[in-house]
Write a protein that binds this ligand. Structure first.
Ligand SMILES: Nc1ncnc2c1ncn2[C@@H]1O[C@H](COP(=O)(O)OP(=O)(O)O)[C@@H](O)[C@H]1O
Ligand SMILES: [Mg+2]
Length: 168
């Protein structure tokens, strides 16, 4: 079954385990690094493990990294940062790319939404990656959001609680 079908039918099963987020971020960056000329700056400081589905969170990380690469020129830098706070961890993926028009910011997590102004839809895609990513994060009891100034890159941030507080 497709992830989107599973999500809309509430059948996305999570396998909750102890996950070292910094290790997962390093793995996913190493996987994608040799597919692109982008530079990667890692600022990893999420010291404590979280209870989460490592495979699904890995999928979210890879989605954010592939968007950062797709929507920014080669040779620019993608900055991946993580940190710990009282209740959980925070991860951000920041690029130096085309950014997102202000009026579209609140729509990027919608199913099938793609920015179409200035021929931004010349890049291949289905508009599902962020929708699925948001569903996965919300199922964990976490949050995901985006900040961007059009023409000046974008930063996507998600949080995850240390203890699983979502719906399994
Ligand atoms: N890092 C980014 N910079 C600029 N625009 C982005 C970025 N990530 C996502 N977007 C915009 O949000 C839309 C939805 O993203 P996504 O769900 O991953 O779908 P897809 O990449 O398949 O188009 C994209 O089509 C693009 O317009
Ligand atoms: Mg995408």
């Amino acid at each position: 079954m497709l992830d989107t079908t599973k999500i809309s039918e509430g059948k996305l099963q999570l396998t909750i385990e102890s996950v070292n987020i910094d290790e997962l971020l390093r793995e996913r960056v190493e996987e994608i690094r040799h597919t692109t000329s982008h530079r990667f700056d890692l600022q990893l400081r999420a010291a404590d493990p979280v209870m989460a589905d490592g495979e699904r969170i890995g999928q979210v990380i890879t989605n954010l990294l592939s968007n950062a690469i797709k929507y920014s020129p080669g040779e620019t830098t993608v900055t991946v940062a993580s940190s710990s706070f009282a209740d959980g961890i925070r991860v951000s993926v920041q690029d130096e790319g085309y950014g997102i028009p202000e009026g579209d910011l609140h729509k990027v997590f919608d199913r099938f939404f793609r920015v179409t102004s200035n021929n931004m839809d010349r890049f291949p895609g289905m508009g599902l990656g962020l929708y699925i990513s948001a569903q996965i994060i919300h199922r964990h009891g976490g949050t995901i959001d985006v900040k961007s100034q059009y023409g000046q890159g974008a930063v996507f941030t998600f949080t995850l609680p240390y203890l699983f507080s979502g719906q399994n």
